[in-house]
Structure formats: C-alpha cells, structure tokens
Design a protein around this ligand. Structure first.
Ligand SMILES: C[S@@+](CC[C@H](N)C(=O)[O-])C[C@H]1O[C@@H](n2cnc3c(N)ncnc32)[C@H](O)[C@@H]1O
Length: 272
C-alpha cells in the first residue's frame, strides 16, 4: 500500500497522539506530551481512564459479535495499539469487516497496522472527519467494505467529546445512524465531569483543553430514538464489567459509555 506523504503538524497537540502517550505508546510528539501532562496534572487518573476506555471498546465489540453483528464503522479510531476493533472482532468472527475513520493524518501513516485483516474479513481506512458524515457514508472505501443493507455497529468511542455543540455532534450522529438499517448499533463513550469535585471541574474548565465534557443527560441524548442495551448509560467500568475484575471508582474514570440498537423489524439472520 502506498500513501502520499500527509501533512503532519507536530507542533500542535492531537487527541490521537496524546491518547497514545497515556496508553504508553511511542507515536507522539513533544506538543502532545506537554498537553497530556497538563491534563494529567489536573486529572491524575487520566491513564486509568484511557485504559478503561480501551477495555470498554473491546467488551463492546465482543458483545456486538455475540449479537451477530459482522460489520463495524469505527470513527475516531486512534493510533493502532493492542487489540484494535478488527482484531477483537475477527478473533471471534473471522469474516468481520471494519471501516476505520480518523481525521489525524498520523493515523493514516500507521494505517497499515489497521489493515491486517483476516483473509475471510476485510478492513479499510478512510481519512475523514466526523463532522462530514455524508463524505464518510459516500466514500468508495466504505462502499467497498461494508454492505449498508445489513446491520453495522457504529463505534464512536472517545470521539464525540472532541466536537463542541456548535460543531453539531448530535446532527452528525443522527445522519450516520439514519443511514443504518434496523438491527444496527451505536456504541459510544464520552468524557464527563459528573463525578469530579468542584475544584477539579473548575481546574479543567480553566485549562480550556480540547475535551468537551458532557453530563449524563447530554450523553444520553446521542441515543435518542434508539433502544439502549442493558445496563443503559453507565460509567464505562460499570458497563458490563468482566466478572471478577476489580474496577476503579467512577471519579477515576469519568467516562460514560453505552450501546444501543437501532429499532425496527429485522428478519432472522439479518445480522449476518
Ligand atoms: C481518544 S482517541 C480514541 C481512539 C479509540 N476510539 C479508542 O477508544 O481507543 C480519539 C480519536 O478521535 C479522533 N478524532 C477526534 N476528532 C475527530 C473528528 N472530528 N473526526 C474524526 N476523528 C476524530 C482523534 O484523532 C483520535 O484518534
């Protein structure tokens, strides 16, 4: 696979690179580390939150595979790390297909690691922005990989909190969901300050970083018209935790997560 050299701005902090740093990765630059450290000074549990977010993503993929879903549209993919969406999915269902989307050109540089599909399945990568749902849905890579007449799991894991309200995140989600058939799903996580004390909340606001925390009601609104799967909107660590695993308290995680099904009539076997 060949790529044109993307324009990489290494002087500004980027969410994918900062997250990579919190997860212990090496694909980050000084500006990312400075921004990540500044957030960590105010919210010292950020690395726990990043790890638990990753764990939620993997649990959600396993649950979706068990529900019969074989197609994933993962927007806000992040830099490849261990157990990416297609690896978790294809371990259980080798025919699973995944389209990855991210707006950070550095993810494109590393996309090869996301394109290691099983022979039975397929993966593709699109450099695009969540704020352009029509471009994502109309992209030839998507059409070549996913069959939109069959259910798709839309994954928006730790992505929505990079869009402020004036960047229309609710409209973007609705446009994507409206294109998916009944029996499809939306899985999402989102930063929140609901569990933080007033002092930490104020310090985060004063820092004016690029993460837009939303409360439970604001996060739940992304699922309007969808059927929330048990246990509904929860702190990610309380969302179907693996048995026997001791989870950190909500204030150390500060992320909501949920999975919801697009309602409607589907025929048996439609998920395949
Ligand atoms: C915190 S990472 C999450 C990665 C992965 N989904 C996970 O949960 O492990 C957020 C990702 O969203 C991407 N992102 C942020 N804003 C975006 C946008 N408007 N469109 C597409 N991707 C975006 C960032 O580049 C980054 O890779």
């Amino acid at each position: 696979m060949t790529h044109d050299a993307p324009h990489l701005d290494t002087t500004t902090a980027h969410p994918a690179r900062r997250y990579n740093y919190w997860l212990g990765g090496k694909d980050n630059f000084a500006a990312d580390r400075a921004s990540a450290d500044a957030i960590e000074r105010v919210f010292p549990h950020i690395r726990t939150a990043a790890r638990e977010n990753r764990a939620f993503l993997q649990r959600a993929v396993r649950i979706l595979i068990a529900a019969g879903v074989r197609q994933f549209l993962d927007i806000g993919t992040g830099l490849p790390t261990a157990d990416n969406t297609h690896e978790v999915a294809q371990q259980l269902a080798p025919d699973a297909r995944v389209v990855y989307v991210d707006n950070d050109p550095l993810v494109m540089v590393h996309a090869r690691a996301l394109l290691t599909s099983s022979p039975e399945g397929r993966t593709a990568y699109i450099e695009a922005d969540l704020r352009e749902p029509a471009r994502i849905l109309g992209h030839p890579q998507l059409a070549g990989t996913l069959d939109l007449s069959k259910p798709v799991a839309l994954m928006l894991v730790a992505t929505l909190h990079f869009l402020s309200d004036d960047q229309q995140p609710y409209t973007a989600v609705k446009q994507l969901v409206d294109r998916l058939v009944p029996g499809s799903y939306l899985a999402a996580t989102h930063a929140t300050t609901d569990f933080l004390d007033a002092q930490t909340q104020a310090a985060l606001v004063a820092q004016n970083n690029d993460i837009i925390a939303r409360d439970r009601e604001q996060f739940t609104r992304f699922f309007t018209g969808l059927d929330l799967v048990e246990p509904g909107v929860e702190v990610i660590t309380n969302w179907r935790p693996d048995p026997g695993v001791t989870m950190p308290p909500p204030e150390h995680v500060s992320m909501y997560g949920a999975l919801a099904r697009i309602p409607g009539i589907t025929k048996p076997g439609d998920s395949r």
